[in-house]
Design a protein around this ligand. Structure first.
Ligand code: GDP
Ligand code: GDP
Length: 437
């Protein structure tokens, strides 16, 4: 199921990011303490009354070349393009400004549900001032205060009331969904076009919604079915904001959510950049299958060590992706592109794999016997037995005497033994320590 997307639009300084943080709360997580993998602050998951959704602060997508009024219109356009529900935010302390007046009709004309939030309504007097905002023609204004956290409940009640009905899943259960993510210009659209060009694209007769219209189902020559989840800026092209970093991160996150396997694309010509780490880290954290694709391999002058050196660099920069296979390709020459569906299928298979408990425990007991956990503070971890409780990604519960004694390094040790004994290439695995009852 696709989570609804809620976008916040509004002038600078009305309090968008304050409200964003309030709604998202502490849900923004960090992958352990490895550097470079914090989630992006303009896009995050949130929940209200048991309804999950994603939230985006369009104010965080800045376009340096554009004057402010143009930038805000583009942000409104992004919201219209992406979101199911839009929160237009204003400030009661500023009243209606020219910019509010310009943006409101653009949003209104889109036909999307628009909810008008009037922020900085910090006290009862200010709350009575909100009635002037009816003039924007967007219906009832909702007074909120980012400083005090008031009014958010009523606002969110209205937001979730406007969510579209759940869409049925369009693809068969065994259809493998994958996407390509990476910075602008690494060659994602070139790869997509080349891959689709080499396979049979299925023309769907299902009435597509906006979301599904950008997915492309295709069948390989040996009759395997895949769906390419579009990261946009791939099939649709030409919008000013598509090449901005924040927008591409947001799109990547949307695509990751819907994918079984994610191709993390690096540009061999320019090398690894900080932003690569951020989005790839999100795919890891989301438990997706991951393949690292080094594109533009044709541009690199090679000797016997080139590939190995590049691989070492990747392993060093993406330590948390040590399980991901690496493919060196060229969208230009087509080199190794046929291997992409093969790899995607293998990783998909590994990620949905179930290991029998008896086999798992043989491996685990053997590991524990040869390398017992070190004692710490006079106490020693005892491992009793384990069982796989989930797939996608494979998740194991390990019963122990005291979960507090399961250190990260020992968890890593067990993970490595699992990986040596089972075929988990390309998939993260999760190990959860529980006290034996
Ligand atoms: P953005 O540019 O729209 O994302 O706005 P920010 O969230 O950065 O907030 C701009 C300023 O308004 C900051 O100084 C906030 O502390 C302040 N602010 C945010 N919400 C409120 C509020 O409800 N009341 C008051 N008085 N100030 C607020
Ligand atoms: P995207 O922004 O990630 O979708 O990147 P594009 O597919 O638009 O590619 C950006 C630029 O890189 C374009 O000029 C492409 O022609 C070029 N490009 C893409 N793949 C390759 C490749 O494998 N080799 C070379 N030499 N250039 C490539």
């Amino acid at each position: 199921m696709v989570k609804p997307l809620v976008a916040i639009v509004g002038r600078p300084n009305v309090g968008k990011s304050t409200i964003f943080n309030r709604i998202v709360g502490e849900r923004i997580s960090i992958v352990r303490d490895e550097p470079g993998v914090t989630r992006d602050r303009i896009y995050a998951d949130a929940e209200w009354l048991g309804k999950e959704f994603s939230l985006i602060d369009t104010g965080g997508i800045t376009m340096d070349e554009e004057p402010l009024h143009k930038e805000i219109k583009l942000q409104a356009e992004i919201a219209i393009e992406e979101a199911d529900v839009i929160i237009m935010m204003t400030s009661v302390q500023d009243g209606i400004t020219d910019m509010d007046d310009q943006v409101a009709p653009i949003l209104y004309k889109s036909g999307k549900p628009i909810i008008l939030a009037v922020n900085k309504a910090d006290n009862p007097e200010l709350r009575t001032d909100i009635y002037q905002f009816y003039a924007l023609g967007l219906g009832d204004p909702y007074p909120i205060s980012g400083s005090h956290g008031t009014g958010l409940g009523d606002l969110l009640d209205e937001v979730i009331a406007q969510f579209p009905a759940d869409e049925p899943e369009l693809y068969g259960e065994d259809t493998i969904k994958f996407s390509l993510i990476g910075r602008p210009n690494v060659g994602k659209s070139s790869l997509v076009n080349k891959i689709l060009g080499e396979n049979r694209v299925i023309v769907s007769d299902i009435e597509g919604t906006t979301r599904d219209a950008i997915d492309t189902p295709f069948i390989t020559q040996d009759d395997r079915e895949f769906v390419m989840i579009d990261t946009a800026g791939i099939r649709r092209r030409g919008k000013v904001y598509e090449k901005t970093e924040k927008y591409s991160v947001m799109r990547a996150m949307r695509a990751i959510e819907r994918s079984d396997v994610v191709l993390c694309v690096i540009d061999a010509e320019v090398g690894i950049r900080e932003q690569d780490k951020k989005v790839f880290g999100y795919a890891h954290e989301a438990g997706k299958g991951i393949i690292i694709v080094v594109n533009k391999w044709d541009t690199v002058e090679k000797d016997n060590h080139t590939m190995r050196d590049f691989e070492l660099k990747i392993r060093d920069q993406f330590r948390y992706l040590s399980y991901a296979p690496i493919l060196f390709v060229s969208a230009k020459t087509g080199q190794r592109l046929v291997r992409i569906p093969e790899y995607v299928e293998a990783v998909y298979h590994n990620r949905t794999q179930r290991v029998q408990s008896s086999v798992l425990n043989d491996v685990m007991m053997d590991a524990v016997a040869t390398n017992p956990a070190p004692a710490s503070g006079g106490k020693r971890l005892k491992v009793y037995y384990g069982t796989q409780v989930a797939v996608s990604p494979p998740t194991f519960v390990v019963f122990v005497n005291d979960p507090e004694l399961m250190h990260f390094s020992y968890e890593r040790f067990l993970e490595n033994r699992f990986r040596e004994n089972f075929e988990f290439v390309g998939t993260p695995i999760r190990i959860i320590a529980r006290a034996r009852k």
